[in-house]
Design a protein around this ligand. Structure first.
Ligand code: PCA
Length: 323
């Protein structure tokens, strides 16, 4: 490009993005700055700002500082904020279709998680549209493992443990394992262990490391039972108000963020498990008995879900299993 066409191109960009007033969007997330999901959405915000020449800037509010986790979806729905991130399966109470990534052993590897997301995406896009919400991208946490003070060899060893849960499916899983679940948000994990409110949990090595699990448990057992996702949604009316150029920039940055997020997630599991080992935790491969017992619980949960699930959830399971 020579200097003159460069100037003209620059002016055209400034014109197309500058025509409308510059916008700033607040973006709440439940998770703290140390978490890779938060790093990814901060990158997403930068990409949008750069691609739009500052016509749209996004300010990320981490660790539930702007809205509590339970309120983020409705805050976006009611346009208190235009965009937000939350744990997708928290919406399972609205429709089981949202919760399938948190069903034990239905999709336990990244390949399966990708297949499940492909089956889920069109269905939940339609369900969210009914609430004036549009998904921009979804990124999985690494597979979920078990954190305990003592070694766990069978499901019986979980009996009576005060167990930290983050959604209804995990609460049911813990209950079926004979444990006593309590809901605790990720940033509150260290406090919940310190005060004795909980003594065991299931989560990713990412959250294990970001909450310094070695301060309160000694064993990590990578049962790798499910690969749950965060989702970023935007209010459709707010999105429609953006110029077509800015809309295109947001969608392009979202596609980039989805790809980058899955890559970050895949790199996390080994890296964060190594950090836990360096800090003195025992990393113990699960016994066949433990896995068999946990799979039984997963099968019970799937059968219960299939007996009462929404047509949308059943359709996703059908497509997922056929592929
Ligand atoms: N970390 C989040 C959700 C799943 C995960 O790996 C948490 O523990 O709340």
């Amino acid at each position: 490009m020579n200097k003159i066409t460069g100037l003209i191109a620059g002016a055209a960009v400034a014109f197309s993005f500058g025509a409308a007033q510059a916008e700033n969007w607040d973006m709440p997330t439940p998770y703290s700055d140390a978490v890779f999901h938060t790093k990814n959405i901060i990158e997403f915000a930068k990409d949008v700002e750069n691609a739009t020449d500052g016509a749209l800037t996004i300010t990320v509010h981490s660790a539930g500082s702007l809205f509590k986790h339970a309120d983020i979806k409705n805050a976006v729905r009611s346009r208190q904020v235009p965009i937000g991130e939350f744990f997708l399966s928290r919406l399972a109470n609205e429709n089981a279709a949202f919760g399938l990534d948190s069903l034990p052993f239905l999709a336990a590897s990244y390949d399966e998680a990708e297949k499940l997301w492909a089956a889920q995406k069109p269905v939940i896009t339609e369900l969210l549209a009914e609430q004036n919400l549009m998904p921009l991208f979804a990124v999985p946490w690494p597979a979920q493992g078990l954190y305990t003070k003592n070694e766990i060899k069978t499901v019986d060893d979980l009996s009576g443990l005060k167990f930290r849960a983050y959604n209804a499916a995990l609460e049911e899983f813990a209950t079926l394992a004979g444990a006593a679940p309590t809901q605790v948000e990720a940033p509150d994990i260290p406090q919940a262990f310190a005060t004795g409110q909980v003594e065991a949990m299931i989560t990713s090595p990412s959250t294990g490391a970001s909450s310094k699990a070695w301060d309160f448990v000694s064993y990590y057992t990578p049962i790798n039972a499910w690969v749950p996702k965060n989702i970023v949604v935007v209010n459709k009316q707010m999105f429609d108000k953006l110029s077509p150029e800015v809309q295109a920039a947001v969608l392009a940055a979202a596609a980039t963020a989805e790809k980058r997020g899955w890559d970050m997630s895949k790199a996390e599991a080994a890296a964060k498990t190594a950090i836990m080992a360096e800090n003195g935790m025992n990393i113990v491969e699960p016994s066949p008995e433990l896995i068999a017992g946990l799979k039984d619980i997963g099968a019970t949960m799937l059968a219960e879900l299939e007996a009462k699930a929404s047509p949308e959830a059943l359709e996703i399971i059908k497509i997922y299993k056929a592929n």
